[in-house]
Ligand binder design. Structure first.
Ligand code: FAD
Length: 420
């Protein structure tokens, strides 16, 4: 079967996570006829189970100086924030090497400076998209807290703090007393921390993205639940259609925003983009008996705990295992144990576990822009640990690029052609 769609002012967006939905909504508002596709319901992938933090201050890339020295210790410690499935290691090696190479001082400074335009305005960007009623329901602006058991910051923490400050993040160094005042439920073990007041969170990330999706439908956007399996290109390299098992869908412009699954589409077009997945886990406890006022991260163990309308969520860890390996919920059980140490009053009854796939680029800089090889194909993926934070800004920028409108931030650092 072949479904013909007028190619003028028509955009097909593949992937209805935070990024795809934000792109689709902005494109619709720019006057395009938009068809949004997903193999599942909107906000079912990584965008559903994250920590919900609108981390305006998350300008620090994953790869920072000292990372390479930490990795061996992490790999032999089952409680560490990183695990690698050995069967996947051979496939992951090129990506991991790029990650380690990106961990020098100069590269980390550069990454932070180009991540900042995506994160610093994130609260305003979310406020601009959510209706006043949905802001009231889903958006909280109570800051973010990062806490440590050490009495003073380590060298790596100093570097990260400097990166934040250099890039315009308002961040305050605080001691045990202030930690207790901000979050009385936290363990007394925490001795110092960083407080980022101009940060926020979503009380239910999945529902907030579904709200954006509902605006998109109400404003004339179309959605189909379809798994895209391939694409057809013409002699000039342009994508003329995307394919599913039994259908060809003709496209005008096409945006690939399929999160961790996007690499396959880029490869079919001929763009070699180093995308892999850092899988993460969460545990959500419906009636935890304790509440946090803001997303709170344990600096050493690298997870976030966030109070949400669905309960307390503890989310984090990185597992390098590719797209297809079955979840190992021991990682989520470990998060639950960490949570009990962070919050001594935590009632863990009816805890539910989840795994999701972060779409990650080694230098932590997402890919937003036109394919280097197909003039009507666009990419919006690779947002790693900050895709919920940066979705509205990404959607707006992508729509400006496709529509050839003035750009509100420079698109140059995110261009897919940087890998050519
Ligand atoms: C544990 C954890 C905690 C996190 N915490 C935070 C946080 O606090 N703050 C923050 O900003 N970010 C956080 N993140 C990161 C954030 O969740 C991701 O960066 C973001 O969700 C990525 O969004 P996306 O739309 O690119 O991908 P996804 O949400 O994964 O969406 C991709 C969509 O593409 C669809 N798709 C894939 N292949 C196909 C196909 N062939 N055909 C059709 N559809 C397809 C999928 O079904 C999916 O719906 C966290 C991530 C994890 C795992």
């Amino acid at each position: 079967m072949s479904l013909l769609i007028s190619r003028s002012r028509h955009v097909t967006v593949v992937g209805a996570g935070a990024i795809g939905v934000a792109c689709a909504l902005y494109l619709r508002r720019a006057g395009w006829n938009v068809l949004l596709l997903d193999k599942d319901a909107p906000a079912s992938g990584a965008s559903s189970g994250n920590a919900g933090s609108i981390s305006t201050g998350s300008v620090v890339p994953v790869a920072v100086p000292g990372l390479a020295l930490q990795v061996p210790g992490w790999l032999i410690d089952p409680k560490s924030p990183l695990s690698v499935r050995w069967a996947y290691l051979p496939r992951a090696v090129p990506w991991l090497l790029r990650l380690l190479l990106a961990g020098n001082e100069k590269a980390a400074h550069r990454s932070a400076s180009v991540i900042a335009p995506l994160t610093l305005g994130a609260l305003d960007a979310w406020s601009a998209l959510l209706s006043p009623a949905d802001q009231h329901k889903y958006l909280r602006v109570n800051g973010q807290l990062l806490v440590s058991r050490s009495v003073e910051m380590g060298k790596g923490d100093r570097f990260s703090l400097d990166l934040r400050r250099k890039n315009g993040v308002n961040v305050q160094e605080i001691g045990a007393e202030d930690i207790r005042r901000l979050e009385p439920g936290l363990s007394k073990d925490y001795q110092w921390g960083l407080y980022v007041p101009d940060s926020g969170h979503l009380t239910n990330p999945k529902a907030a993205i579904e709200a954006l999706f509902n605006y998109f439908l109400a404003e004339g956007g179309e959605f189909q639940k379809i798994e895209v399996s391939g694409l057809i290109r013409d002699n000039n390299g342009s994508v003329v259609a995307i394919t599913t098992n039994d259908t060809e869908l003709e496209v005008g412009q096409v945006v690939f925003a399929a999160g961790a699954y996007s690499g396959r589409f880029a490869a079919l077009i001929g763009d070699r983009i180093p995308l892999d997945t850092e899988r993460g886990y969460n545990v959500t406890i419906p009636r935890p008996g304790v509440e946090l006022n803001r997303p709170t991260s344990d600096i050493e163990r690298r997870y976030f705990a966030t109070s949400m309308s669905t309960g307390l969520r503890i989310a984090g860890t990185v597992e390098i295992a590719g797209l297809n390996a079955a979840p190992r919920y021991e990682r989520a059980e470990m998060l639950l144990k960490h949570g009990c140490e962070m919050l001594p009053e935590l009632d863990t009854a009816n805890a539910e576990f989840w795994m999701g796939r972060r779409p990650s680029i080694p230098d932590s800089i997402p890919v937003i822009g036109r394919s280097a090889r197909a003039e009507n194909a666009w990419y919006a993926f690779g947002h790693g640990h900050i895709g919920v934070t940066t979705a509205p800004t990404t959607g707006r920028l992508l729509s400006e690029l496709v529509s050839d409108l003035p750009r509100h931030i420079s698109p140059d650092p995110y261009t897919p052609s940087r890998f050519c």
